[in-house]
Ligand binder design. Structure first.
Ligand code: NAP
Length: 228
């Protein structure tokens, strides 16, 4: 049997890049997707080069690019076993903050982008009886004051449960990953007392490494000191 295949959107940085490292260490071949192809190429080189890692430029807000990402994966590696819909970004809190254009991009990336990833990969995941994971957030479990970002992550939490119900009886497992504060470029200023991206990567690999009859549906993971 060839080694299983683990696809990650938002793999060029932060949680996605850390998960790519952990997945490669665990024996997966990896597919790395994001818009920054130069960073993905460098990461693919670190994770074993052509035989083990495929870098795919993909803007998740464009469905044709997501279809091409999956087609490229199937052509190169013959299937996909894990899909981690992780691409996303935030916005300053406050309904008078940021620009309407920033909000639009955030909603399209965090919500529609994740839905497009599900739509593009669902057939391949059914074929492999694979595993779908989505990066929601603590902000997707409790509303945060003045946060449209929090609303996008509530949508992702709901999407994970919707997908779980739809995929029941198909053998596909679904997990919502709900991080608290993680020290990544998500924040303009380095957060104090935050988790490291690898803390989330280990949680992802925990869910993925369970036996086929165990579906870890949600993992909410905060730093030990985070009040909200
Ligand atoms: N850091 C936290 O405290 C925290 C907490 C809870 C949840 N999260 C969530 O965790 C996920 C990963 O964030 P992170 O903290 O690891 O931040 P990050 O280091 O900034 O990573 C964000 C990733 O998303 C990609 N991305 C953004 N827009 C994209 C688009 N349109 N198409 C494709 N890829 C896109 C970025 O790559 P390119 O720019 O190269 O496209 C990058 O790889 C996000 O969904 C975020 O909302 C983060």
């Amino acid at each position: 049997m060839p080694d299983p295949v683990f696809l990650i959107t938002g793999a060029s940085s932060g949680i996605g890049a850390a998960t790519a490292h952990r997945a490669a260490q665990a024996g997966f071949r990896v597919v790395l997707a994001a818009r920054s192809k130069d960073r993905l190429d460098a990461l693919a080189g670190e994770l074993g080069g052509e035989e083990r890692a495929l870098a795919v430029a993909c803007d998740v807000t464009d469905f044709a690019q997501q279809e091409a990402m999956i087609a490229h994966t199937l052509l190169r590696f013959g299937g996909v076993d894990v899909v981690f819909a992780n691409a996303g970004f935030g916005a300053k809190r406050g309904f008078l903050e940021e620009t309407p254009e920033h909000w639009r991009d955030m909603v399209l990336t965090n919500v529609l982008g994740a839905a497009y990833t599900i739509r593009a990969s669902i057939g391949a995941l059914k074929d492999s009886r694979g595993h779908l994971l989505l990066t929601s957030s603590v902000a997707g479990r409790r509303a945060i004051s003045g946060s449209l970002y929090s609303a996008t992550k509530h949508a992702v939490t709901a999407m994970a449960e919707s997908a779980r119900q739809e995929l029941d009886e198909t053998g596909v497992r679904v997990t919502s990953i709900e991080p608290g504060m993680v020290d990544t470029p998500f924040f303009q200023n380095k957060p104090k007392g935050a988790l490291e991206p690898d803390d989330i990567a280990r949680a992802v690999l925990y869910a993925v490494s369970q036996p086929p009859h165990v579906d870890v549906n949600e993992i909410l993971i905060r730093p030990t000191a985070q009040p909200l």
